[in-house]
Ligand binder design. Sequence first.
Ligand code: G1P
Ligand code: ZN
Length: 543
Amino acid sequence: MTIQTVATKLFAGQRPGTSGLRKKVTEFQQPGYLENFVEAIFLTLGDCSGRTLVLGGDGRFYNRTAVQTILRMAAAHKVAKVLVGRGGILSTPAVSCVIRKHGAFGGIVLSASHNPGGPDGDFGIKYNIENGGPAPEKITEAIYAHTQSLTGYRISDAGPVDLDRIGATQLEEMAVEVIDPVADYAELMARLFDFDAIRALFGRGFTMRFDGMSAVSGPYAKAIIEGMLGAPAGTVINAEPREDFGGHHPDPNPVNAAELVALMNGADAPEFGAASDGDGDRNMIVGRNLAVAPSDSLAIIAANATMAPGYRAGIKGIARSMPTSQAADRVAEALGISCFETPTGWKYFGNLLDANLATLCGEESYGTGSNHIREKDGLWAVLFWLNLIAASGKSVNQLVQEHWARFGRNYYSRHDYEAVDAASADKMMVDLRAKLASLAGQSFGDFRVAQADDFVYTDPVDHAVASKQGIRIIMSDGSRIVLRLSGTGTEGATVRVYLERYEADPSRHDLDTQEALAPLIAIAEQVSELKQRTGRKEPSVIT
Ligand code: G1P
Ligand code: ZN
């Protein structure tokens, strides 16, 4: 076995986006493409001797190939030890958990999250730091800079590691330990939630359906919900991770998990429905005839957090991404704790969690989590809801309705215009930015613009500044329109329009969401000319 330096050509566009580098599989398959990015990670990390890294992914097509390449490169960079999930499998939250539990220096996550998989789908790679969370921008920018200047990559020519057998092996000087992908994570969940109460709930015949969407969370959900909590076999469906996610789009929202929603709206609906995404960090919570808005889920978990043993002592603060609804702000106010508003992307929560300024975090994009790890965590959110249902004796619907009655309802929706022409989308944002100053004070029907700006975030801990994080048009009654371009899409540009309206009156809490938001939807179009400029008649996805 020898370690070689392979000369390489540079690839443009290897700048990590909202959550790592995501590209078409075919782009990753170009000789040197993955290797260059991994080399850039190692160049950024510097001396790796004596250090442990965690490695795993969501099992999508190219996962195994990438794991073998990264192992051979890690050995060439003198990493002391790599903990790799059996079969190359580790959900994103499990990577975060394993990094923290084993005191690893960092980890590499192979996933394009909810983006479709398979030879024609997407692949992705992300570096997580010592605290278990996504690398902050100063590290991702350093990685990017290296991708633009490196001349070669170092790699061992050793043969493949047997990924399917748990146990220790050696690659060059490096120890490789193939670990059970579920064990550490399951042990953490059992400490946070009242497993006895949830077991008793299932013992009383409580019915649930968890859709693993043929992605990574299946094995975790099966082991925990059916194995440890005693739910009947068949509670977890689509539990086997597949390289192409069985042709599904593993994004847990009412559009892509339509089957689950139909089941929950039907006559034989179980009492609780849930789903997770490709890499297991997103969650969807569904009651009978009710898909819970992720922003509401965050607020409800926060308001009831002390029902779960891991949060008995109360929460320090809540953090939400800027486009996420302000439902959590009202809970924070009632609890007398801070609510932080961060840019989109989980990496912005890391400092707040490390500094113990926030305990719970959430994004409107079906992401919820806490300080137990440094990633959002799909199954954690589902277990939190199970814990709330078991402890309160209430249904999902009761929990939601009582929450609205107490705090008011933030009607909320996101309209995505996917794969539009990138130049038109950029121009729309530029023109809209230029208009912002003149929007304040203007009236549109019943709404008056109180503030219009492009969100700038200053991290309260390290004072790093992130600018151009989304255009906000805030009305005098707190209603909002937010527009931003996606940082995870792999085709053209994706424009996201976020809409929010507050309703205090409980007699008006059962309106159709799109109808409740109709005036704001019209204002968003009037101001941005989005449809006209992109040539689209309607959004590609409404959630
Ligand atoms: C999207 C979501 C964002 C989430 C990210 C990674 O990013 O909107 O909330 O953190 O995926 O899961 P976007 O495509 O909007 O940049
Ligand atoms: Zn994900």
